[in-house]
Design a protein around this ligand. Sequence first.
Ligand SMILES: Cc1cc2nc3c(=O)[nH]c(=O)nc-3n(C[C@H](O)[C@H](O)[C@H](O)COP(=O)(O)OP(=O)(O)OC[C@H]3O[C@@H](n4cnc5c(N)ncnc54)[C@H](O)[C@@H]3O)c2cc1C
Length: 108
Amino acid sequence: MAQNYDVVILGGGTGGYVAAIRSAQLGLKTAIVEKSELGGTCLHRGCIPSKALLRSAEVYSTTKNHAADFGVQTGEVTLDFSRVQQRKQSIVDQLHAGVQGLMKKRQN
Ligand SMILES: Cc1cc2nc3c(=O)[nH]c(=O)nc-3n(C[C@H](O)[C@H](O)[C@H](O)COP(=O)(O)OP(=O)(O)OC[C@H]3O[C@@H](n4cnc5c(N)ncnc54)[C@H](O)[C@@H]3O)c2cc1C
């Protein structure tokens, strides 16, 4: 069934979904077309996952190399990479749900 929109946005990344929200706020009938997942590169492969992984690396490095400087005694420090990935994915999933919620809230 054909539908008419004032604005059609191609891509649901950071640029696309923010533009869609603003367009809807301005009262324009807006469609967003996303071929994969809302949130785009930043949420799924870029900013968010990379910072989650960096945080794990930071905690690992501080604990392994500098704990004693802080007066903290540790045993052997090891990295559980599957747990690192799990933490990263749960952050991405939580934010993805948030973006989906924002889009649903504005649905008309
Ligand atoms: C490893 C990495 C780390 C980064 N870290 C940071 C950071 O810390 N801070 C920062 O500001 N930026 C960072 N960036 C950059 C940031 O991810 C991009 O600037 C941002 O994602 C651009 O948003 P966008 O909406 O223009 O494009 P994208 O997020 O790439 O979104 C484009 C969307 O369009 C969809 N699409 C493409 N073609 C079609 C089609 N034909 N039909 C339907 N949908 C389509 C795609 O599936 C995608 O979801 C990082 C990037 C990478 C790769």
